[in-house]
Design a protein around this ligand. Structure first.
Ligand code: DAO
Ligand code: DAO
Length: 280
């Protein structure tokens, strides 16, 4: 069992720049897990890019099914109490709300005036364990490896409880810039996926962000899709609103695991995790 200093620090994630001595082992473990999962991601990507290459497929199946030392080190990643996002070191609990498991982590960057790229937040994508098992066994149980495409698309569209947790790393975030960024990123997805004018829906969501809210570095925002496509937003554990809209839920998830995600590596991590759950 890996010992972490802040295994469940939900509201105050540790500042990655001030690692305690005790987190050295966590950092070392995170590094080896990241290195191992990087190799696994590479393997999975190679497999997905070469769906008919039997060597790659066999190699991937071998790693998936055998407890070789390589795979054994990955098993730490199966259930540590928390996982660190590789570029920021921000920690995410492996399990959220008792039943949502972490599928992958990533980083949202934003280019400012085309001059510099700032790191805005680290994120973790979670899905309900039971819902996930149901989807995977009903839909994919009987398919061969190469037929299992579009795993993340199904995840976005099915009525599966999910959470995307955002942990703010940028220290000068204003509500106004959140609203603007949101209108740009989510607005373009609403347009793409909904087709028609969705200004009212966008406005319903952004009007939840009251000017008096503060989102300093370390704030934790959960965007959760609850049963029946209800999008529930919490900031540091406090609910700020909920909106029932399949299109809005789908558009938010599209930012992280859609066709043009914020962090491609995070999406690959999610898909790899889904594949590994299918192998169990
Ligand atoms: O300081 O002007 C600036 C740059 C601000 C960039 C803000 C990007 C906001 C991204 C959305 C954050 C959602 C929590
Ligand atoms: O990164 O472009 C983006 C959009 C992310 C969604 C941000 C939702 C923020 C909701 C909370 C606002 C806090 C006042």
């Amino acid at each position: 069992m890996v010992s972490l200093r802040f295994p469940f620090s939900f509201s105050q994630p540790p500042n990655p720049r001030h690692r305690s001595s005790n987190s050295f082992s966590a950092a070392a473990t995170a590094f080896s897990v990241a290195a191992a999962s990087g190799a696994a991601v590479a393997a999975a990507v190679a497999v997905s890019q070469n769906p008919i290459n039997p060597f790659l497929q066999n190699a991937f199946n071998f790693f998936s099914n055998h407890s070789s030392p390589f795979w054994a080190s990955l098993s730490i990643a199966d259930n540590p109490s928390s996982v660190s996002e590789s570029k920021t070191g921000v920690l995410f609990p492996s399990i959220l709300n008792d039943s949502r498991q972490l599928l992958g982590t990533g980083l949202r960057k934003k280019s400012v005036l085309g001059l510099k790229n700032i790191d805005v937040y680290a994120f973790g994508v979670y899905a309900d364990d039971g819902d996930l098992k149901r989807l995977l066994s009903e839909k994919y149980g009987k398919l061969s490896f190469s037929e299992r495409k579009d795993l993340s698309k199904d995840l976005m569209e099915a009525d599966i409880c999910m959470t995307v947790r955002l942990q703010i790393v940028y220290s000068r975030l204003s509500i106004r810039s959140v609203r603007n960024a949101f209108e740009e990123s989510v607005g373009s997805r609403l347009q793409k996926l909904g087709g028609s004018d969705n200004k009212e829906l966008l406005h319903r969501f952004t009007s939840q962000f009251k000017d008096e809210y503060k989102i300093p570095k370390g704030s934790v925002i959960d965007l959760s899709r609850e049963r029946g496509h209800v999008l529930r937003t919490t900031i540091d554990g406090k609910e700020v609103g909920n909106i029932q809209s399949q299109l809005l839920c789908r558009s938010i998830l599209d930012l992280y695991i859609g066709e043009d995600p914020f962090d491609r590596r995070a999406k690959e991590e999610v898909e790899l995790k889904l594949v590994s759950l299918l192998q169990k």
